[in-house]
Design a binder for this molecule. Structure first.
Ligand code: ATP
Length: 267
């Protein structure tokens, strides 16, 4: 299970502090996922079923993957990332076996979160032009979801930016029966995201994150992260002529004077 193996530990842990905006969404997701993973007994005692599947929908780059990883880290759950297109294409002919293996491993190592990114690639509407193979993969996924009922320690989070393309059978009770919209950030969301991604950066004194948030209408989280990174690279590029790369050393006193000027970038 190359990509399917638990990935926690192999990367920097993420926390809720790393997610900008999305406060109400995070609150709901924590109730739906973190709470039942941490305290299944609460749900049993109250006689309510913890969700088995949650569907996150929204445009690319707004934090769906980031949220799924964060919830896994915060809930101290194992994280299994599965890419829909990969299941179908890379594992062509073995897609069902691959899915079964992931679900088995996640159950054995619970509590676990299985993150199914771009689920529309795995489970498009069946009435269309789907071939037999694809139909079987959808059926397998549904069977695996149904099989989770006895085990409370696995929650499947699916993500899509094409919610209308997925097989309606996936959204029936007991499957992906909770949905959360992860929207494009508004001005306040952009400000929070900019602050997160410029944390630890030596910003020039006159950089106004508020102004940047004002003028970046339509930027999603991934864009804002890119903007911060590019501004830093620009600063590096300015420094290049002063560096003697053959020496392999950076003048440290010069490092102390570096300033990132975000504004240049949008001018
Ligand atoms: P896709 O549908 O393309 O998978 P996605 O919604 O899963 O998109 P992510 O992969 O989570 O988006 O976002 C890409 C990167 O953009 C994240 O790793 C993160 O660095 C940054 N990012 C996105 N949204 C946010 C956010 N709300 N707060 C902070 N960073 C964000």
């Amino acid at each position: 299970g190359q990509k399917a193996s638990a990935t926690s530990g192999a990367r920097n842990p993420v926390s809720y502090e790393d997610i900008g905006g999305l406060k109400p969404q995070l609150q709901r997701i924590r109730e739906m996922i973190e709470l039942p993973l941490r305290h299944p007994e609460l749900f049993e005692r109250l006689g309510i079923d913890a969700p088995k599947g949650v569907l996150m929908r929204g445009p690319p780059g707004c934090g769906k993957t980031l949220i799924a990883r964060t919830i896994a880290d915060e809930a101290e759950a194992n994280f299994f990332a599965v890419s829909g297109p990969e299941v179908i294409h890379k594992f062509y002919g073995e897609s069902e076996a691959h899915l079964r293996k992931i679900f088995e491993e996640a159950s054995a190592k619970g509590p676990s979160i299985i993150f199914l990114d771009e689920i529309d690639a795995i489970a498009p509407r069946r009435e269309g032009t789907l071939g037999e193979v694809e139909k079987r993969v959808v059926a397998q996924l549904l069977a695996l979801m149904d099989g989770l009922s006895q085990r409370r320690n696995v929650i499947v989070i699916a993500a899509t930016n094409l919610p209308n393309m997925i097989d309606p059978a996936l959204r029936r009770p007991g499957r992906f029966d909770r949905e959360i919209e992860i929207p494009i950030p508004d001005r306040d969301g952009r400000l929070e995201i900019l602050e997160i991604h410029s944390r630890g950066m030596p910003l020039a004194e006159d950089v106004s994150m508020r102004h940047l948030a004002d003028v970046t209408h339509g930027f999603v989280g991934a864009d804002l992260q890119g903007l911060c990174r590019e501004a830093a690279m620009l600063c590096l590029r300015r420094l290049m002529p002063e560096l003697d790369l053959t020496l392999g050393t950076v003048p440290y006193e010069r490092l102390a004077t570096l300033e990132i000027r975000m504004g240049d970038f949008l001018a």
